[in-house]
Design a protein around this ligand. Sequence first.
Ligand code: FMN
Ligand code: ATP
Length: 271
Amino acid sequence: MKTIHLNHSNLEEWQKKASPTVMALGCFDGLHYGHCAVINTAYQKANEKQVPLSVMSFFPHPKTVISKGKVHVHYLMPLAEKEAKLREMGVDTFYIVEFNREFAGLSPEQFVGEYLNGLGVVHAVAGFDFTYGSRGSGNLERLKQDSCGRIDVTKVEKVELRGEKISSTCIRERLIKGKVSELLEFLGQYYKTECEWNGETFRLYPYYTLPAPGRYEVTLNHRSGSFNREIIIANDGKTLQCTGDIPLFLKGKLTIDWKKEISESRKVRIS
Ligand SMILES: Cc1cc2nc3c(=O)[nH]c(=O)nc-3n(C[C@H](O)[C@H](O)[C@H](O)COP(=O)(O)O)c2cc1C
Ligand SMILES: Nc1ncnc2c1ncn2[C@@H]1O[C@H](COP(=O)(O)OP(=O)(O)OP(=O)(O)O)[C@@H](O)[C@H]1O
């Protein structure tokens, strides 16, 4: 998979190199079941049309830019993890578009003309609520028209769980409330964070969101194996303490699977 960081200044260079592609559109933070439905639908369409599959995502999160920094998005995964998962899903080209005020101000027609038609998109796939263009005024109902008839569109209907849309937002909300056990149904796996353990303390890697302060059942994953433990997140929301011993050979990069909340912060005592 090729990863391309796209912005206004290098767009023309990539337009010249473009070839026909099916493209999935969205932020895809967390790659939950709703996101996977979009990408898998685009994968099937690309196979039908015998063209490569691409994904277009945006960074920083549009909500941060549109709110002029007032909305802080708690990211669920760093770019490297998103790249690894998209590669596993069979994506050929991953575009990360720099989302800034200028880009946000593009009209729907400009975005489709320059970033979709211009990059060889023959078929766009997105979810039912995907919007584009200034004020989010573009949507899938008008995308074909915005492409001057050159792009076909597939809209993926809402993937929901017990009446709730599966979204990055609802995952963030559960993390902030410490409800990690509910995430398995949204993600298809435990929510995981990568960190560095130096033998005494954990340092969380950037662009992950820790659950709320409290005590949790976790699995520590290391290249040498997996270890079930309990971790306490202190009331500062960032200090992690493991209740059981951690073998010193685990020093270095660790992945923490957050499996189950045991107790909330007010009942937690850090020794
Ligand atoms: C080129 C482009 C420009 C956009 N400009 C805006 C904008 O000015 N205002 C807005 O609300 N959304 C805009 N959006 C749509 C946002 O990406 C999206 O609506 C916003 O993040 C809300 O996401 P939501 O689906 O979680 O509600 C734009 C999207 C694209 C691709
Ligand atoms: N539950 C869902 N069902 C169908 N499509 C979805 C669902 N969630 C997201 N999508 C689609 O997946 C793509 C990525 O969307 P996006 O990253 O904005 O997802 P999101 O989970 O809604 O994010 P956020 O909660 O931060 O707004 C978009 O095309 C969007 O319409």
